[in-house]
Structure formats: C-alpha cells, structure tokens
Design a protein around this ligand. Structure first.
Ligand SMILES: Cc1cc2nc3c(=O)[nH]c(=O)nc-3n(C[C@H](O)[C@H](O)[C@H](O)COP(=O)(O)O)c2cc1C
Length: 190
C-alpha cells in the first residue's frame, strides 16, 4: 500500500447533492463488500443494509413521509420539501441498521454500533475511491420507529442508523480544509 492510497482518505469529503449515474452493479458490490472489512468485536456482523434504488425512490419517498407524518414525530413541511427535492436526484440510498442481538451479553450494544459506523465509513471511502459522492444522513425519519419498521428494521431488534446517499456529484467539488490532527492528540506520559 502506497502513500498515494492515503491521499484518497485525506481527500474524502461528504457530498450530499448527487444524481445519476450511481454505482453500477460491480461498483455497488465493491462498496458493500468494503463494509465487510470493518472491525467487528466477536465477529457478530451486526451491520444490515437496505438498498433503495432510483426506480423505487418515488414510492419510498411517498411512503416515508406518509409514515412519518402519521407518527408522533411528524417532519416539518419545509424539511419534507427540502428532502423531497434532494431525493428526486439521488440514485441510491443505503439504509443502515445495527442488529441489537439481545442474547449477547459479552459485547455491549455500543460496540456493535461502532462496528456498523466503521462499516459505513468503509462504504463512504469506497464510494469516494470509485469517484462517487456520498453522504451520511440521520434525517429522513431515522429516529421514527414506524419508518424503521417500514424499512424492515423493527426497533425491537435493530437500531436504525440512517442512510448513505451515493451518486455523481451535482456541483463542482472543491477541496476542504481539515483541522490539524495535533489539536486532538496528546502524548501519554506515565
Ligand atoms: C452518523 C452521522 C449522521 C449524520 N447525519 C447528518 C444529517 O442528518 N444531516 C446533515 O446535514 N449532516 C449529517 N451528518 C454529517 C454529514 O454526513 C457530513 O459528515 C458533514 O456534512 C461533514 O462533511 P465531511 O464528512 O466532508 O466532513 C451526519 C454524520 C454522521 C457521522
């Protein structure tokens, strides 16, 4: 592995506004397979994904908002309008969930969620390396139980963790300045 590979990681940035083309089948397999290399205490494979492709996006969006608006936490109209405008273009959403595995007392739930977060990060990086823009959102009813159920992730068994939007960036992508790591690091001295 060369230092050049690291530049991919250093240059990744989130890109929310994407359109078709999204990943083709081969590229999508690579992105999803990248999730399988995430660190995972106990090899529990707690990650679960639901693919929402462009052909079903309009039905998903209508169902999402109908479900959210009938729930105890309706989405404000302006947010709905913005989300509808955003999703009109998005060619692929990867819905993310963590299997709660109640029977497992050895590995705490937060470690399983960290594994799913690492899997999501691997997918964001894989999408970036393939030239796509990608964005993790915990909007779109992520914290509404009925929306989770609609996606097949019953909150009793799964913790829903949002969506990755993946596609071709709509706007020109400019480099972003990142903080200097030294602000966040100290040397441990016994
Ligand atoms: C778990 C998680 C959930 C997020 N949810 C949202 C969200 O709902 N809306 C939003 O604007 N940004 C959200 N973000 C932040 C963006 O995905 C993105 O990280 C942020 O815009 C910074 O861009 P960067 O990744 O290029 O630093 C979320 C990030 C994480 C890690």
């Amino acid at each position: 592995m060369s230092e050049q590979s690291i530049t991919y990681l250093l240059n990744r940035q989130s890109i929310k506004f994407v359109r078709a083309p999204g990943p083709d089948e081969h590229q999508l397999k690579l992105i999803l397979q990248a999730a399988m290399s995430a660190p995972d205490h106990g090899r529990l494979r707690p990650w679960r994904f639901a693919l929402i492709r462009q052909d079903v996006m309009p039905q998903f969006v209508d169902k999402l908002f109908a479900t959210a608006q009938a729930s105890d936490s309706p989405i404000p109209p302006q947010k709905e309008e913005n989300a509808r405008r955003w999703l009109k273009e998005v060619p692929l959403l990867i819905a993310l969930a963590c299997h709660r595995d109640h029977g497992n007392v050895k590995i705490p739930e937060h470690e399983r969620m960290l594994a799913v977060g690492a899997a999501a990060m691997n997918m964001l990086n894989a999408a970036h390396m393939l030239g796509f823009g990608a964005f993790w959102s915990t909007g779109l009813g992520t914290y509404i139980d009925e929306v989770n159920e609609m996606l097949g992730f019953d909150p009793l068994d799964y913790r829903f963790m949002g969506y990755l939007a993946v596609g071709t960036p709509i706007d020109e992508v400019f480099p972003v300045t990142r903080p200097d790591f030294r602000q966040f690091v100290k040397e441990y001295r016994p």
